[in-house]
Structure formats: structure tokens, C-alpha cells
Design a protein around this ligand. Sequence first.
Ligand code: NAD
Length: 271
Amino acid sequence: MIQGSTELVAIVGSPIAQVKSPENFNRWFADHQQNIAMLAIDLQQSALDDFVQTLRGWQNLRGCVVTVPYKQLLASRLDVLSERSIALCSVNVIRREADGRLVGDIVDGDGFLNAARKHNFAPQHKQALVIGTGGVGSAIAYSLCQAGVSHLVISDLSQERVEAFGDLLRRDFPKIVIGANPTSLEPFDLVVNASPVGMGATVNGPMPLPVALMETLQTTTLVADVVTSPAITPFLAFARRMGCPIQAGPEMALAQLGNLGHFMGVTPLEI
Ligand code: NAD
């Protein structure tokens, strides 16, 4: 029950009905007897500036999760951004400080890594391939670099994106070998599909890499997907048949709750 004394967090995007964060957070708040609730806000873009001003003055609001299409639009309107939010021009969570300042970060990548750690993947000195360098792929790639991989290879349908994002990573992580467009999967400790390929697919649906390349997977490689539905994409099913350990999209979504809640100051990091 929301009361006068209840503190609030929000999630903003448009559309918003499909998001799972409110039920996940509200269940956690109720299970842990926290007098906090999450509201889902479907915001019109024309109201964005007023919304930011309202967040600054909203004294019983601790923070706000940000989803499509406002991750970039809100990043440019906040008072303080993390280093990676500045680099990626994107936020997926905002904390409201007591004085009303709004601080933003993007924790998709850390959520992904939390889930990967549960599969005993430790990023230091490892070689990783990230397929897709959009909002989620770039955040995962950036977090992998921050966490100390030795080699990072990126691929995307857009060669322009590969080149621009490769340059950004080389600038921010000069000691890491940044490559593009792999010809074999043999060297990788981690292969991640961060493209939407496989979303809504059936068993024999499309994969983000050609079968010939997939056949070079080693059984020691952790193969992960960010696509949440179906949980086991054709890409993951193929990797599983090859004998690889796999990590599904919902694992990342669930692992990220702690990162989001902790940033807003309403949950511990591990929930
Ligand atoms: P986006 O549109 O910002 O980026 C997708 C990128 O993938 C684009 O750069 C596109 O060119 C590239 N791409 C498409 N097909 C490709 C292919 N065959 N090979 C290589 N690159 C390809 O999208 P986004 O916001 O990054 O979202 C990507 C996926 O992540 C979506 O399916 C989304 O539902 C999912 N997602 C999952 C979680 C989670 O917690 N698991 C969280 C957010 C988003």
C-alpha cells in the first residue's frame, strides 16, 4: 500500500507497459518490508524538460530508471554523469541527491557482468567478443573494458558504428587490444550477442553469426545473449549443442536490479 510516508522511485520510457522493473522492485520492497514503491511513467517527449525540472524538486523521489527512448535524451539534461555515461552519451538510471541534483549512470554492462560472474566468468585478462554495438552492446563492451579484459572484439551490421565505437574504446582504454569483425571464435573466453537478432524467434530462427563461424566455438567459451524473449535464442541453443556454458537475457535483466537499486540508494548491490 502506498502511503503518505512512502518513498518513491520511478521508471520512465514510452511505451512503458512492457517493462518488468516495477513488479520486480515492488516485490523486493514488499518482501523486505521497505516503505518504498516504484511507479511506471509513460512520458511524452514534449514533456521531457518539465519532467527533469519536476525530478529536481520531487523531494520523496529517490531516483528513476530510464528506458527506451530516453536514455540519450535524458543524459544531456542531468547535472552529473558517470565517466561511462559521458563516453556513451547515455543513462539508464538517475539518482536524485538531497539537494535536488540529478546524477546519471548506465549500469547495463555491470548487470551483464554480475550475471556472468555467476557463471564463474572473471573478466580480467580475458578475450571477449561483443556482437552489436547499440545501446546495450556498447554499455557491455565499455564495462568489460573497465573490468580489465585484455582483448575486446566488436562487430555490428553498421561498419560505421564499429569504427566510431572502436575509436572511442581505443581512446579510453589504450592498453586493451580492440579489434573488429572476427574470423574465428576460438580465442574468446566470452561471446555475447548484444544485437536484437533472435528476439521473438523460434528454434530454427536467425543467429547473429554465420553457422561456419559458430562452429569454431570452444567448449570453454561462455556464450551469452541479451535477448530476453525467448530466453533460449537459436544462438544460445546452438552454443549449448556445441557444449558451451550459456547465459540467457533474463539473467542479465535480473542481475541488473541490484545495480539499479543500489545506484538509487534503495537496495543493496546484490539482491
Ligand atoms: P539498439 O538498436 O540500440 O542496437 C542494436 C545494434 O545491433 C545496432 O547497432 C545494430 O546495427 C546491431 N545489429 C543488428 N543486427 C545485427 C547483426 N546481425 N550482427 C551484428 N550487429 C547487429 O538496441 P539495444 O537497445 O542495444 O538492444 C539490443 C537488445 O538488447 C534488444 O533485443 C533488447 O530487447 C535487449 N535488451 C536486453 C536487456 C537485458 O537486461 N537482458 C536490457 C536492455 C535491452
